[in-house]
Design a binder for this molecule. Structure first.
Ligand code: FES
Length: 104
């Protein structure tokens, strides 16, 4: 069983329409999760980096929300361009992507 160097948790929680907090799924987080998974594989990072769906991370208003461990950096990720930046800069580059970080 591999010991991952980094975990990318992507909230894919869904709430009913009209919920005042909204949810990450309604803002496209499933597509973002798929993109992270595909890119981890395409970049040859499988076994070192794991992209997982997560339940609600309780920052719904800022969704879609992504957290990268072990650094514990929280990101707001709207699309594939944002996800690509996190992969380039944080996952492969080892630096926080300041433009998208919520908490670091
Ligand atoms: S629904 Fe994603 S953080 Fe709550």
């Amino acid at each position: 069983m591999p010991k991952f160097e980094k975990h990318i948790f992507i909230c894919t929680n869904e709430r009913k329409d009209g919920d005042p907090r909204g949810c990450c799924k309604s803002r496209g987080s499933e597509k973002i999760r798929e993109f992270f998974k595909d890119e981890v594989k395409r970049r040859g990072l499988k076994g070192k980096v794991r992209a997982n769906a997560a339940g609600c991370l309780d920052h719904c208003e800022r969704g879609p929300v992504v957290v990268v461990y072990p650094e514990g950096v929280w990101y707001h990720v709207e699309n594939e361009t944002d996800a690509r930046e996190i992969l380039d800069r944080h996952i492969e580059g080892g630096e926080v992507e300041d433009r998208l970080a919520i908490y670091k």
